[in-house]
Write a protein that binds this ligand. Structure first.
Ligand SMILES: [Zn+2]
Length: 382
């Protein structure tokens, strides 16, 4: 039983992040864990975050939709959570996956404003529409409530039942064009800080620049929301391109590609930075797709794809799913991915820019590959 819960919490851990290009909604974790009516269980439960994330995935018809969680520091010692749950939240805080704050105030709304994200909350935010005008827009604030097959969303503010993503506010766009450094050593959100700590925690520094959360503004000054310290400007933020993996019509996950690091995608690529597709593949596609099948790189703003497989890949040029238009990508061949082009590792296993790869299949929690139509393979024989 305990083991099972640990597994669920591990799965939830993969769906919390403060990365502006990947997070899809903002939640206040202290609020979510106390929605007792969702499961009729304990006064507080971290599993409710998982229920809300699942509801978001169903609504967006997409797997793996991460949420940006704001966490009041008191939660780290909340006696209504199990010691295991508290330990998990502490780990998320240490890894910068969630934002732990002494006083969250309206940080949730600030993040939603800066990133253009919907807010999942039962709070009505009365009187805040002047400061955050988008609060009145449909789908920007949705309250998760109990439904037949798990939580569903209802509108508390502004109408609408589907989460709506807006655009980053002008201030958000400005803040997210730069990378920031917190002077506090070991800051999980804004790098390792100055002094001797600069290289002490290389993994964290390495991870931070492109996926850094937005600073909070205090009297117009970019500030670390965790430490309240004024942030230093550490230069332009690395360019990021968000790609998505679509299998059998359903977007399974998104990933951010930066100029700093190529990303390998395949059945089970080596290295921590790889995108593993194995769990979503059927027997045929698993046999066809190599452990590391394609490599993506961002070079001067261009997405370059290189086939690293045994069997090769295909490219579906922008706007065409017609078989005759499918281009082959032989093993070791590279190609610049045009706007709207889709790389196909195997029929129905596709990767492209997230905004050009809509998720069209009805949501099914198990692999949809079994239902994928059989298409003629037109890939080269090595
Ligand atoms: Zn900090």
């Amino acid at each position: 039983m305990r083991f099972e819960i640990s597994k669920v919490l591990d799965a939830i851990e993969g769906r919390v992040c403060t990365d502006p290009s990947l997070a899809r909604a903002v939640v206040d974790l202290a609020e979510v864990i106390r929605w007792q009516d969702l499961d009729g269980g304990r006064p507080a439960s971290l599993l409710r975050l998982g229920m809300v994330i699942d509801a978001l995935a169903r609504q967006m018809e997409e797997d793996s939709v991460p949420v940006y969680a704001i966490v009041h520091r008191a939660l780290l010692s909340d006696a209504d959570l199990t010691s295991n749950e508290r330990m998990v939240v502490r780990r998320w805080a240490d890894d910068g996956l969630v934002e732990v704050l002494d006083n969250p105030g309206d940080r949730m709304l600030e993040v939603a404003d800066l990133l253009g994200l919907p807010v999942l909350s039962r709070v009505r935010f009365d009187g805040l529409g002047g400061r955050w005008p988008w609060l009145g827009q449909a789908g920007r604030v949705l309250a998760p409530v109990p439904g037949a097959g798990g939580p569903v969303f209802i509108a508390h503010v502004g109408g609408g039942q589907s989460p709506a993503t807006g655009t980053r506010s002008p201030v958000g766009a400005k803040l997210l064009a730069r990378q920031w450094r917190c002077p506090e050593p070991g800051c999980a959100l804004f790098g390792a800080g100055g002094g001797g700590g600069a290289f002490a925690d290389l993994a964290r520094v390495d991870r931070a620049p492109a996926g850094q959360p937005p600073p909070t503004l205090r009297a117009g000054v970019p500030t670390c929301p965790r430490h309240g310290a004024r942030l230093g400007d550490a230069g332009p933020r690395p360019r990021t391109e968000v790609l998505a993996v679509r299998i059998g019509g359903l977007v399974r996950r998104r990933f951010a590609l930066t100029e700093a690091q190529p990303v390998l995608v395949g059945r089970a690529p080596d290295g921590s930075n790889g995108i593993t597709l194995g769990q979503w593949l059927n027997d045929e596609s698993r046999r066809w797709i190599s452990r590391s099948h394609v490599r993506f790189e961002l070079r001067v703003g261009e997405v370059v794809v290189t086939d690293t497989s045994t069997n090769g890949s295909g490219i579906r040029p922008a706007g065409s799913m017609a078989e005759p238009d499918r281009l082959t990508l032989v093993p070791q061949q590279s190609r610049v991915l045009g706007e709207g082009d889709i790389v196909e590792l195997y029929p129905g296993v596709q990767i492209g820019r997230a905004d050009g790869l809509p998720s069209g299949a009805p949501f099914t929690p198990t692999s949809v590959m079994a239902e994928a139509p059989t298409m003629a393979m037109r890939l080269p024989r090595p």
